[in-house]
Structure formats: C-alpha cells, structure tokens
Design a protein. Structure first.
Length: 480
C-alpha cells in the first residue's frame, strides 16, 4: 500500500472522533479554513499547501521503511511524528497514547500510582511544580522548582512531559533514581524514590491560638469544596475568628473545584476567573454563585513557587477583590487551559485552548501571582534532615520544654507583689501548665520555627483585631 495513503487514512481516522475534534485538530495541523483564516494585507505570506507537506512526509516514511539500516515500525514512526508536531507548541500540549490517556483519567479521582509529584517543562527543562504532601516525593525531600535532569540514566533534555511521566511511573514498591539540580546547591545530586499508590486527601486543618483557623488544600480534586466545608464547620467549633488558607505546593487540579473554593469566600455576582482563546466558545467567565454559606473571616492565603494553576486562580481572585492578603513567594505561573479531546483509537489530544485571567485582567500564564507580602523560606540543602536527626530525642525535648518555662516555674523564684506591697499568690492549677496543652504548644512552636511564612501569617492575623481597634478609635477621635 502507498505509505502516503496509509498515513493519510490513519490521520483522518484519528481525527474523525467528531466534528468538533476534526475542526480543532485541523486547526492544529494548520489546515486553512475561511472561517478561521486571518488576512494580513500588509505582509502577504506565501500560501502553504499542507497536503504537499504531508506528501513529503509520506516520501520520507517510504524511504525509511525501504532503506533504513534496520527494520522500522511504521506505527512507532507515526506516533513520533505526532509528538514532534505538538512539540513545536507549548509544553502542555501533548499526545496521549491510549495507556497514558487511561492513566490520566485516574489521576483526578484522588487515588493513583506514582511518586506524588507534579512536573512541567519550564524553559525547556523538566521542572518540579510541587511535591504532594505526605507522598514518596515529599518524604524524599523534593522541592518546588527542582530541575530533574536525568531519570535513571536517561537525560530529560528535549524530553516531553508524557514521556517523563511514563518513566517516573512504575510498579508499586519499585524505586526510581532521578538526578536533581537545585538552586543554591553547587552540583546535581541523586534522589531515589520508591513508587507507591498515591492517596490524596485534599484538605487538612487545625487551629492556632484558639481563634485562628488553618486550612491547607493540597490539590483540587473532586471532593475539595465539600472537604473545605467540613473543615470550616469543625474550625467554627474552636471559636475561629480568622483564617489562613494554605495553597503552598498545591499544583492545581480541577477548575470547577477552584471556582467553588473561591465562591466560599466571595459575595454573589463577583467574577472569579475568565478565559480567552482563539474561538468564541473558548472564552468563558466564572462568577460566584453563593451555593453554600459564605465565609467572611479576615483571611490570609499562603503561596509559593509550587502554587500553580487552580491555586493561582483562587489566590488571584481573592487578591483582586481585596478579600485576602497574599503572603509567601511568587507562584509558578501556569495559567493556560488544556482541553482533553478523546480520539478514535483510544488515545487523546491534550490541547492548550485558552489562557486564564484574574478578575482585574491580569494574565497568570508565565507571570504567576505576586504576594502582597513577600516572605522567603530558608533553602534546604540535601542532607540537612539527616543532620537534624543526629540531635538526640532527649535534647530536642529539653529544648522544646525550655520555650515554655517562665520565671514563676523556676525554683526559689521571687514572688510577685502588688503596688500595695502584698505578695500575689498564683493559683497552683494556673501555675502548672497542662501537659497535653504544653505538648501541643511545643509542637506549634517547633512548626512555626521551621515555617517563617506561616509564622508571618499568624503574626499578621494576631494583630488584626488590635490594629482594627486602634484605627477605629483613632478615627472616632479625629471626627470629634
């Protein structure tokens, strides 16, 4: 059979999954249509006959099959040609073979196999967007913005995302060694990570200082908005008056969940995010609907270089609408829309169709969200965790206890006296701190020591009521 006829028939078979798929795919291939073609009268460009180019392709395919030094697999060559076609576009547009497409469908269900790491191509280099908390990648010390330069012995230069993901995934319990280049570290270093089934619990929460609620969203999966509602209800029982929403190292996820999360914190009829693409049907606007009870506590959102996509949508919307103060470091800048288009042979096209914009019109793609207050995290170098482990458990416990000792806890401390000279006796129950509470406070103190961004957020919220009171009083005195 003529290779060109074979290729053309396969191409048309792949693209015939439906009228919309056909139109979109033809646009990607560059086939001109009077509806979409733009006329530039100032600079006339020579018309390119796409099927002439496909004829050249078929000639090359025929020459390879007939004359290459070894036997070639035509299907493999055509798959490679499709991948090469998409490689000239952005790194998020890719071809998903049937197996990869099935795996991708599993990822957003909240349970999938792998390392627990979100990756992207940045400046042509395979880059970690963020490790997912409590996963093998996170426990191995992977960080946002780490550059993966090798997977096992294979260089990642010129590697596309789909191939990288396929190399990183594998049997549960098997190990993969990656070579990492990290900012602030002189030489690349190897990290061995054991693959596991990744079970993502998207929301966790706790309270600080009895009136500051803390909610961390690890990723935006199917149940995130419901999990957030449950977390808020539980925190209300602790007399929460202020809220920290932690979106650090959150690589994104489902758009509808990002919109629903933002909806919880904004009044009705507010724009959350909008998209702009080449065609009218790719231009969408998402506004608040106030589906559930609105959360109106004073609020800080934590972000960093691992906050991407859906995280940036939430942070950008609440920042634009003056609903929250953003604290941390510049976000990743992944603000493009990918549409998954199933194809007739079980494969799919992951196609970038639009860009996201915040309510004020700021573009997220490549820019990210700039925090209102920049707080850097100390850079952790390989081996630091091992050094910390050398401290004995007893020494660590003593250090934690010392932080909660006061003058009154010391032996033979001087008694306090009132201004009249009477000795003030402290109730014994008040003097002795409850052991459980002391343990909780010690853990919080240790956590905040290692997390200056969270510490800054708590500090700002702690002073919120005081500052409001001062400014309100000052305003009344001025008006009088």
């Amino acid at each position: 059979m003529n290779p060109f006829v074979s290729f053309r028939s396969r191409l048309l078979r792949i693209l015939s999954g439906g009228t919309q798929v056909l139109v979109i795919s033809f646009l990607v291939l560059g086939l001109q249509s009077p509806v979409w073609a733009k006329q530039d009268t100032s600079e006339e460009k020579p018309q390119v006959n796409t099927f002439d180019k496909l004829r050249v392709f078929s000639e090359i395919l025929s020459l390879l099959e007939a004359n290459y030094v070894e036997d070639v697999d035509s299907d493999e060559l055509i798959d490679g040609a499709i991948k090469g076609l998409l490689k000239v576009l952005d790194p998020h547009t890719s071809y998903l073979p049937p197996e990869s497409f099935k795996q991708m469908q599993v990822e957003t269900s909240g349970k999938f196999g792998g390392l627990g790491i979100e990756i992207s191509i940045r400046d042509g280099i395979l880059t970690v967007v963020a490790p997912i908390e409590d996963t093998p990648a996170d426990r191995a010390g992977m960080q946002a913005n780490d550059k993966i330069i090798k997977i096992e012995d294979e260089s990642t230069l010129e590697m596309n995302l789909t191939d990288a993901v396929n190399l990183l995934r594998g049997e549960r319990g098997s190990a993969v060694t990656i070579t990492v280049l990290r900012e602030g570290v002189d030489k690349p270093f190897e990290v061995s990570i054991t693959r596991d089934v990744i079970q993502v619990k998207s929301v966790k929460f706790k309270d600080y200082q009895n009136n500051i609620g803390y909610v961390k969203i690890r990723s935006f999966s199917k149940t995130t908005s419901l999990d957030l509602d449950n977390a808020i209800e539980e925190l209300k029982k602790t007399n929460m008056e202020k809220l920290i929403l932690d979106l650090r190292n959150n690589p994104g996820g489902l758009l509808n969940q990002a919109v629903e999360v933002a909806d919880r914190f904004l009044p009705a009829e507010n724009l959350i995010v909008y998209t702009q693409g080449k065609t009218e049907d790719q231009n969408m606007r998402f506004t608040t609907q106030s589906r559930g009870s609105r959360v109106d506590y004073p609020m800080i959102i934590l972000v960093n270089g691992g906050s991407a996509s859906a995280s940036e949508i939430v942070a950008g919307a609440l920042q634009d609408l003056n609903r929250a103060v953003i604290v941390g470091t510049q976000t990743f800048g992944k603000g493009s829309v990918q549409t998954i288009i199933p194809l007739s042979d079980g494969s799919a096209l992951r196609l970038t169709t639009a860009r996201y914009y915040t309510p004020s019109g700021r573009v997220i793609q490549s820019e990210g969200i700039t925090p209102d207050i920049i707080v850097e995290m100390p850079l952790k170098k390989p081996g630091e965790d091992e050094e910390d482990k050398e401290l004995s458990k007893a020494e660590r416990e003593k250090e934690r206890v010392r932080k909660f000792l006061r003058e009154k806890d010391l032996k033979k401390h001087l008694k306090g006296k009132s201004s009249g000279g009477e000795v003030v006796e402290t109730d014994e129950d008040e003097k002795k701190m409850d052991e459980k509470e002391a343990q909780r406070l010690a853990e919080i103190e240790e956590e905040l020591e290692n997390d200056p961004q969270l510490r800054e957020a708590i500090s700002l919220l702690s002073g919120w009521s005081v500052m409001n009171k001062v400014f309100k009083t000052s305003s009344i005195e001025t008006s009088n």
